[in-house]
Design a protein around this ligand. Structure first.
Ligand SMILES: Nc1ncnc2c1ncn2[C@@H]1O[C@H](COP(=O)(O)OP(=O)(O)OP(=O)(O)O)[C@@H](O)[C@H]1O
Length: 230
């Protein structure tokens, strides 16, 4: 579904992605694992068209999207949840869900969003910022599904969350996958990653240094934690 070929990216003189190549198949959950500063956020921003200083190719469903602006990538079915979640503080849950435009035929009707995430239905009139961190993440993910995302690009959805809420995020990701949505997420918690994803790309200094399956992540958990400095 998504293929990235020798992608490089820079901020001014500093080249932070050094030729990243990776693939994510339809219906799969993949993670980007790596130390702070390895280039994971920049990679997701390049995929979404939000960081334009890049070279290399990005194919989505076999078509190159590398030169398309973000709104056209949205229309094709890419959905991005940034690390700050992007919840509008003064708007209700429902307004947060319905404000962005529906961009494609895969858009979830509001009823499907509420059926899949009943907490959002219960809280539909509350301000988005009155939700817990886990619920805000749920709202941010639900919003891109409502817009029509077929692949969810999520920047560390568990960051800063207590263990109970991390488990909730795991349930949300499994639910998203059950609905046939493909997921690429940044995740530092390798144990958690191995419980929600099918494969993992280890990123270091702007490169994919290894591609790992769950069995390998479990077997090498201590080594990976040490490597990540966690
Ligand atoms: N706006 C920017 N201007 C200049 N350099 C930047 C900018 N944003 C990120 N960088 C640098 O690019 C490199 C990659 O950053 P990036 O945020 O993509 O890494 P990351 O793996 O997502 O790490 P983190 O988890 O800390 O966000 C880092 O060295 C960072 O300092």
């Amino acid at each position: 579904m998504l293929n990235v070929n020798t992608l490089t990216a820079r901020y001014g003189e500093a080249q932070v992605l050094q030729g990243v190549s990776l693939g994510v198949d339809t219906g799969e959950v993949a993670t980007l694992v790596g130390r702070n500063g390895a280039g994971k956020t920049t990679l997701l921003r390049c995929l979404m068209g939000l960081h334009r200083s890049m070279t290399g190719d990005i194919e989505f469903d076999g078509t190159s999207i590398a030169t398309l602006p973000p709104h056209k990538r949205c229309r094709l079915g890419l959905g991005y949840v940034p690390d700050d979640r992007g919840i509008y503080a003064s708007l209700s849950v429902e307004e947060n869900l319905t404000l962005p435009p529906v961009t494609g035929p895969n858009a979830w009707p509001l009823e499907k969003v509420y059926e899949t995430f009943p907490v959002l239905a219960e809280r539909r009139r509350q301000a988005g910022t009155h939700l817990s961190g886990g619920e805000q993440q749920m709202l941010a993910i639900a919003r891109v599904l409502r817009m029509g995302a077929r692949i969810l690009l999520a920047d560390e959805p568990t960051e800063g969350l207590a263990p109970l809420l991390v488990r909730q995020i795991g349930e949300i990701i499994r639910t998203v996958k059950e609905h046939g949505v493909t997921v690429l997420l940044i995740e530092q918690n390798v144990h958690f990653a191995s419980t929600v994803a099918d494969r993992h790309y280890l990123i270091a200094q702007g490169r994919v240094v290894e591609s790992l399956d769950n069995a390998e992540v479990e077997r090498r958990e201590h080594e990976l934690l040490e490597y990540l400095g966690i």
